[in-house]
Design a protein around this ligand. Sequence first.
Ligand code: XMP
Length: 509
Amino acid sequence: MAEQILILDFGSQYTQLIARRVRELNIYCEIHPYNHIPEIGENVKGLILSGSPCSVREKDAPQVDLSPFRGKIPVLGVCYGAQYMANANGGEVLPSEIREYGRAHLVNFNQQNALFQGVKENSQVWMSHGDTIARLPENFEGIASTPSVQVAAYHIKGEETYGIQFHPEVTHSEDGATILKNFAVDICSCKQEWTPESFVETTVSELKKQLGNDQVVLGLSGGVDSSVAAMLLHKAIGGNLHCIFVDNGLLRKNEFEDVLASYKGMGLNVVGVDAKDKFYAALHGISDPEGKRKAIGRVFIEVFDDEAHRIQDVKWLGQGTIYPDIIESVSVKGPSATIKSHHNVGGLPDFMKLQVVEPLKSLFKDEVRRVGKSLDIDPAILGRHPFPGPGLGIRILGEVTPEKVHILQEVDYLFIQGLKKHGLYDFVWQAGAVLLPVQSVGVMGDERTYESVVALRAVSSVDGMTADWCHLPYEFLGEVSNDIINKVKGVNRVVYDISSKPPATIEWE
Ligand code: XMP
């Protein structure tokens, strides 16, 4: 088992960021809810207690028994984590007289302390708390202040336990990364050996052990996650991995052929299934977005199941589930931790009775990309914009017909090719076109036209949870709009979507 730092989550919005910062140091770490602590093995080298929206002064504030950890492995409490340890050991935590949010500067800090090696005097840190540690318990020593907070950090004498009332994980804390590195590398003695290459090596050897000579089926989507999952499985079990790539008739122009060719080039054992007609038949007469999603999901499972049954003795379903699909900040107010149930590939068909293997379930998206790069996966696959499972089906507002799919494929193609040609594709997180159920009057030559309107959408985002519209150059938008109207029969007007999420969403349906 790889060395790791364990993060106990008390529900802070920043918990995932702590994990990311630790992993950026090439040290593996996992987040677990404070009330679902896993068994601790020798490989756990240190513990971080996260922040929380709760106050330690509330009656039902999250509690945790730290006796299995303290004095045995190093512990770092961040914000609530720091206040919790101070409060639980006889110190005093009171509401702050002034609200401590935003920028502050570290002063009077103990430069000899291992936690602060290399930290600059006056270093900016980010505060976000309504309580403050007013008095430290015996045996705790203050090791840093800010102009308004006496105890910005402390150390418990005789053990490697620390508390900091600011957030080292946010980029506004200038020396936050140094402080986390001091904790994880110098104090916990983690070796910084968790790299994409080491991940591939350990994962492949674990998959070999787990799967033996079993047959595995996996649905490819053309996206990053399923492609990387497939390559890892392929490295582990070779020809025992059977990939299925379904053409649901709602893919981008040429996508089925292009993606299939690049998978075959990667040596994957992949079957392409042309099921367009089944999907179009199921979508006939349905205009409601959820109805369309359900129909697409149902047919996908039918087609996938049919193909999977052709594989003899298949025992496992491979999935490209990633870490954010599995973890979600613990619901600290609830009676127990609620963890997001995840679904991928349209949901696991229960009737298939397959066991699930998810080789990427501990990785964030950018880590999946780095692993993909170390596996030499085509950069065109690794850099692809996200694309929804129901595809163009939810970008054709109203009923889906093959004719409308054809129009939208052409429009989308010109837009995406245009972005690539102008070097804009990689600056955009996701882009696509939407066919509106609206016709508008136009004029072409001497003729009046009455044809469809399309909307172009391009957004910047980190994870799709929030997004902003991209400020694409007017010249580019003008050129693409001209191109679309001139080349795509049936479209005489192009608009650009300038809504952010929230309140709008990325997709229109
Ligand atoms: P929204 O529209 O919710 O989209 O802002 C956020 C991200 O999710 C994708 N999306 C979907 N993906 N099935 C999927 O697999 C869906 O039904 C679906 N709806 C939205 C969307 O493309 C964006 O990346």
